[in-house]
Write a protein that binds this ligand. Structure first.
Ligand SMILES: *[C@@H]1O[C@H](CO)[C@@H](O)[C@H](O)[C@H]1NC(C)=O
Ligand SMILES: *[C@@H]1O[C@H](CO)[C@@H](O)[C@H](O)[C@H]1NC(C)=O
Length: 224
């Protein structure tokens, strides 16, 4: 039986990756609501700067993700093509999508730099990400704003700390010419009329009216 290993990673730079074949009982994407108990995370990553932590290991980077919304997902989640890397990644307690782990990370990391220094790679999120126990067979993600732009409203994913798997997205909805992604993340998405950052200036800000999103069809990109 194929074993799936997924990882979870953190925010400013990464998401996590796992293996593609899903064993029986793997809850995502359908049951992500069971794990994303802290949904919705705050949109602006500026609110994340007070609880940063650093991990070392496999993670997924979704700054250049192309995503397709998953019909009837709850919370609303998009399947995103991302990249997996091995190395340092950054996350923030504020953006963690699981209530209990978020509370733990905030109590450890809030208002201090120790989660990027003394406790680097040793906090619960990092441990779970490296053990692949952050999500069932899952990776986690972080993301980067390398060449961001400001959107004045729109629809975007927030991939910080999302669950990911190693391997390209299965979506048959991604158009030809989509980059050769090697990680797949299940990222919550939002529609807002408030300003937010888009990971890269080359991406569209997405529909400002949620009714314009065609599930499984409309392409959206990663913001925060
Ligand atoms: C980070 O933690 C993981 C799991 O404990 C370990 O395998 C890895 O070597 C650590 N990395 C560093 C740089 O300490
Ligand atoms: C995933 O793709 C990126 C970009 O091509 C590459 O740099 C990275 O090494 C790949 N990751 C793995 C685990 O092969």
């Amino acid at each position: 039986m194929p074993r799936t290993v997924c990882i979870a990673i953190v925010m400013l730079l990464a998401a996590t990756v796992g293996q593609a074949a899903l064993p029986p009982g793997v809850p995502y994407p359908a049951n992500l609501g069971k794990y994303y108990t802290a949904y919705p995370a705050p949109i602006s990553f500026l609110t994340y700067l007070d609880s940063i932590f650093k991990c070392q290991g496999e993670f997924a980077l979704c700054a250049y993700a192309t995503c397709v919304t998953i019909p009837k997902s709850n919370p609303p989640v998009a399947e995103c093509g991302c990249y997996s890397f091995n190395g340092p990644s950054l996350g923030a307690g504020t953006g963690v999508l699981n209530k209990q782990i978020k509370a733990n990370m905030l109590s450890t990391c809030l208002g201090s730099v120790k989660c990027t220094t003394l406790l680097q790679n040793r906090t619960e999120f990092c441990r779970r990400m490296n053990d692949k126990t952050m999500y069932p067979r899952g990776l986690a993600t972080g993301q980067a704003d390398l060449n961001p732009k400001i959107c004045r409203g729109g629809t975007a994913t927030n991939c910080f700390a999302a669950a990911c798997c190693r391997g390209p997205p299965s979506s048959r909805f991604l158009p030809p010419g989509t980059p050769q992604y090697n990680a797949t993340c299940y990222c919550p998405y939002f529609t807002t009329d408030q300003p937010f950052f888009m990971s890269s200036s080359k991406y569209a800000c997405g529909p400002k009216n949620a009714a314009e999103i065609i599930p499984g069809r409309t392409l959206i990109y990663n913001g925060a």
